[in-house]
Design a protein around this ligand. Structure first.
Ligand code: ZN
Length: 715
């Protein structure tokens, strides 16, 4: 169960244009972005992404939703998986609501600790940035390396003065344990007879490179000496917020360039990243003094489908390339492109681009060796291809590597290339490959419940179900994914699992769910435009998962609203629910919490238990009675139950579906208008979108008419 506050937080941190832009080429369209819809074939754009609403909407095929919804639709993921994917992109850890209270408390403390660590480091980064401005020697050093102030500012470069307690001027409480925990200050144990050990700054007389996570929080530092001195590069120690094997320098700074260039360059040092950015390659990132790990590879492929690993031309570079190759192999799906760039000996990207310029570097990128070739060259590195012995050795070394490719065309093609290289038949290679995979499966079954996070370069395969739990160290103590469609409980929980309404924060404008396609048609199970609704993905109750939308929450308003009234009518007449068209179900379930989640809950309740009398429903809402299947939800809608009882008189037996629809129509009108607004804001679009615009105008007018006709004439 994912707490709703987490999803709110996650969505707040996500920029939907940023997310969708990774998969769809977007162009600015007024205050929105437009692109070709990834969900239906089209030649001119009907697909709009709205940064202000944080939603996407296709006026051709009608898909819509928020960031979670996009990942669900695009990746065919269930709600929980989509939330986990998105959280990982944002570097957030999905909390598990099923855990014991002590455990939750512990996690809360960890989180608080992390926040205080990143706060301390942000303050230090700010301090060092100021120091850089005051230190001509440091500024001249950066200028000497061809860096402008603009790039220095983009990477928030700083300077740690040559002083043992330089940070004391930024942190009056120099003995704050956080300074030691964050790795900024080194504290020695007290000498005998003394009460306090020596304390001093870790970084002195160095150019400081703040290392930021994908959210932009400072999680560590790299420091480089200006002239001579050892070590040349000094990094922060690992802390709860800084795990070197997972973080990539430059990912935060390079997000936009990654999207524009369409690929990432992975280098070995932060100076390379900054230098490449200076020369127009803002899409470079660097590992932090470690070889490229599977975690790195996984993280990168969240941001881009093309990765160019760049290595120095020396022996160390070759070794590093081998490690990167093994880390990246399991992610080499048919749609991704991974290649390896080897610079001439004695060069790193920084020195190379400064000597030969951007165009020459661009050429290197173009000539990078594709993974399919590099994997065989890597395996053949110490094989004498002119002898049968050497070729046999190649087979033995290459098969375990090829086995790590995800199943797909690429794996088969590389296997064929291997056959040619080893001068054997493709069948022979495939037989050996199958044999190897069989063995690997047996072995991995044998060590079934191994600790997570281990064996990044083993023969496991992230896609093969038996090894996935081993592979993905990132998910730590989170239980395995639930199969798609089985997550309806999660969804409704996600909408407000146990949170008191008092916690709701005032939400952004547009709290009315415009997402609803709107359109009431007597007895119709179809959209107003006549197109059938998309088939539901999962079983009962999971239909609204396909959007991932109704997580926005708002405080309950003071006066009774039409939504309160609708809740009341439906509580009194649960039989009306089934008489509403499915488009109206969608509209209601898309409403902000607590309403949207209430309607989803009601839908599930009615499906599970059949029609319920008002008193029974109210008891369930209040928590006087327990829903045996979801005891944890008991009393969840208590504030809403109290509220509607307070505003609305006794059940009115004269209520009709038609009266209910009269209450719903204004909400539909809002949804229609918002959809129309979005269209008019977005400039020129496809014919389908233009047709939809005309239709929306017609529908809006028709809806206004319906509303005016149904309103009782008052004096
Ligand atoms: Zn579409």
């Amino acid at each position: 169960m994912i707490p709703p506050s987490f999803i709110q937080d996650l969505l707040a941190r996500t920029d939907i244009a940023d997310l969708v832009g990774r998969y769809v080429t977007l162009k600015k369209a007024g205050i929105n972005f437009k692109g070709l819809c990834p969900f239906h074939g089209e030649k001119s754009p009907s697909f709009i992404v709205s940064p202000s609403r944080q939603t996407y909407h296709c006026f051709g095929c009608g898909v819509h939703g928020n960031a979670v919804g996009f990942l669900m639709e695009y990746g065919g993921l269930g709600f929980v998986d989509a939330v986990k994917d998105l959280a990982q992109m944002q570097g957030m850890q999905v909390p598990d609501d099923n855990i014991r209270p002590e455990e939750r408390e512990r996690q809360k403390q960890i989180k608080e600790k992390q926040v205080s660590l990143t706060d301390v480091m942000a303050k230090a980064a700010q301090h060092w940035k100021q120091q850089l401005k005051k230190t001509p020697r440091a500024v001249n050093y950066l200028k000497g390396r061809g860096l402008t102030g603009e790039v220095a500012a983009r990477f928030a470069l700083g300077y740690a003065p040559d002083s043992w307690r330089g940070l004391a001027s930024a942190f009056p409480k120099y003995d704050d344990p956080l300074l030691v925990e964050s790795g900024l200050v080194i504290a020695h144990d007290p000498d005998p007879g003394e009460t306090e050990g020596k304390r001093y700054d870790r970084f002195r007389d160095r150019i400081m490179f703040p290392i930021r996570n994908p959210q932009g929080e400072v999680i560590g530092f790299g420091g480089r000496v200006l002239d001579k001195g050892e070590p040349k590069y000094l990094n922060s120690p690992e802390t709860p917020v800084f795990i070197k094997g997972r973080e990539l320098y430059g990912l935060y700074e390079g997000r936009a360039a990654l999207r524009n260039k369409g690929y990432a360059i992975v280098t070995e040092g932060y100076m390379d990243v900054v230098a490449l950015a200076q020369w127009g390659f803002g899409n470079a990132v660097a590992t932090l003094g470690t070889a490229c790990t599977a975690d790195h590879a996984q993280k990168l492929f969240r941001f881009t489908d093309q990765v160019v690993f760049s290595f120095d031309g020396d022996a160390a570079g070759r070794r590093a390339a081998g490690r990167a190759l093994e880390a990246a192999l399991p992610y080499a799906t048919d749609t991704r492109r991974i290649s390896f760039l080897f610079l001439p000996k004695e060069h790193d990207p920084d020195s190379y681009i400064r000597e030969f310029g951007a165009e020459a570097f661009e050429q290197c990128v173009k000539q990078a060796v594709p993974l399919s070739r590099q994997v065989l060259e890597h395996a053949a590195a110490d094989c004498d291809m002119d002898s049968a012995e050497g070729r046999a050795r190649l087979l033995v070394q290459a098969i375990p590597l090829i086995a790590q490719f995800p199943e797909g065309a690429l794996q088969g093609l590389v296997a064929d290339d291997l056959a040619q290289m080893a001068r054997t038949s493709p069948d022979e290679v495939r037989r050996r490959l199958a044999e190897h995979q069989q063995k690997a499966r047996q072995q991995s079954a044998g060590r079934d419940r191994r600790a997570p996070g281990g064996g990044a370069s083993g023969a496991q395969h992230p896609r093969s179900s038996d090894a996935s739990s081993d592979w993905d160290g990132n998910f730590g103590d989170i239980p395995a994914f639930e199969p798609d469609g089985g997550g309806s409980e999660d969804w409704s929980q996600a909408g407000g699992g146990g949170a008191a309404y008092g916690e709701y924060e005032p939400s952004a404008p547009s709290s009315q769910g415009w997402q609803g396609q709107g359109g009431y048609k007597q007895g119709g199970g179809q959209r107003r435009d006549g197109k059938p609704w998309k088939p539901w993905k999962g079983g009962s109750g999971s239909r609204w998962q396909s959007r991932g939308s109704p997580v926005e929450q708002r405080p309950l308003p003071q006066a009774a609203t039409p939504l309160d009234r609708i809740v009341w009518v439906l509580v009194c007449h649960s039989e009306f629910w089934e008489q509403l068209p499915s488009a109206t179900h969608d509209l209601l379930c898309d409403q902000p919490a607590p309403y949207g989640e209430f309607f989803r809950w009601l839908d599930r309740m009615l499906l599970a238990q059949g029609l319920l009398p008002a008193e029974a429903l109210l008891q369930l809402m209040r928590g006087d009675a327990q829903d045996p299947e979801h005891p944890e939800e008991t009393g969840h809608f208590q504030p809403l139950a109290k509220r509607i009882a307070q505003f609305v008189d006794v059940p009115d037996n004269k209520d009709t579906v038609e009266q209910l629809m009269n209450l719903i129509r204004p909400i539909e009108l809002v949804a229609l208008r918002e959809e129309l607004d979005l269209l008019t804001q977005s400039g020129e679009l496809s014919e389908a979108a233009e047709a939809r615009k005309m239709e929306l105008v017609r529908l809006t007018l028709a809806m206004k008419l319906e509303i005016s006709q149904s309103r009782p004439i008052s004096g």
